[in-house]
Design a protein around this ligand. Structure first.
Ligand SMILES: O=c1ccn([C@@H]2O[C@H](COP(=O)(O)O)[C@@H](O)[C@H]2O)c(=O)[nH]1
Length: 239
């Protein structure tokens, strides 16, 4: 199920478990309880044994996004993607370069895993794009990478919520648009540079929102997640 068809706000919110140990991650999952059904496991937790948690969550009643942003020679990316599919993950990421995208699409095969191409990191602005050696704006680079992701056979992209209007112009649903860089009004942006609120992201066409620190660092993580779910629900009702 993708895009407009996803009406339960819990299927839209992906909580990033950016934590240093399995113990901490398991404690957050327990605290969030049935308020959260979708988790992301990235580099920090993955190197602390997080892939075993990914497998356990996927075998329980949760969905899991294994966010390893693969980028390597094609054979390596293809085999790694196949292994991530075997964990039972619902989503994974590769950097949005054509060779890498095609390899990941091959590794996914006909499994249920959704492969997403990372377009331009949400922590990048114009100066970071230039420093990395690319000409043009972040928006232009995102648009180019979305077209390449679509043409290379992956299932969607990671983009900033502020990119969604142009992303949706190039790749309408059911192509997935998943957005980190989501900040409830008043919460600290941290190192994120292209940000929007949960409501803005949903109204602009995001399928799923990834939220880490605004929930993990909150005094009451469950209440913070529930406030975001309420905002998502409100935005869906307006759509
Ligand atoms: O462009 C990207 C790609 C991935 N991320 C990941 O999303 C979360 C965001 O966490 P916050 O604490 O809500 O900022 C984090 O795991 C990143 O690795 C991203 O932010 N931007």
């Amino acid at each position: 199920m993708t895009g407009a068809a996803i009406r339960d706000p819990r299927d839209r919110l992906i909580v990033g478990l950016d934590l240093a140990s399995l113990t901490e991650a398991e404690s957050v999952v327990a605290r969030l309880g049935d308020a959260v059904t979708f988790y992301k496991i990235g580099f920090e937790l993955a190197v602390a044994g997080g892939l075993t948690l990914a497998e356990r969550l996927a075998r329980s009643d949760k969905k899991v996004f294994v966010d390893l942003k693969l980028h390597d020679i094609g054979a390596t990316v293809e085999k790694a993607t196949r292994q991530i599919a075997r964990l039972g993950a619902a989503m994974t990421t590769v950097h949005a370069y054509p060779q890498t995208l095609r390899a990941a699409a091959a590794g996914r095969g006909d499994s249920a895993l959704k492969v997403l191409g990372v377009t331009v990191l949400t922590s990048w602005d114009q100066s970071d794009v230039a420093a990395a050696g690319f000409s043009g704006t972040p928006e232009a680079l995102v648009a180019r990478r979305v077209k390449q992701a679509r043409d290379c056979g992956v299932d969607g992209v990671i983009c900033a919520p502020t990119d969604l209007a142009s992303v949706r112009g190039v790749a309408p649903p059911p192509f997935l648009a998943v957005t980190p860089g989501v900040r409830p009004a008043g919460s600290a942006a941290g190192d994120q540079k292209r940000v929007a609120t949960p409501g803005e992201a949903i109204r602009a066409g995001a399928d799923h929102l990834v939220v880490g620190r605004p929930i993990l660092a909150a005094p009451d993580p469950r209440a913070a997640a529930e406030a975001i779910l309420q905002e998502i629900d409100q935005a869906l009702a307006e759509a």
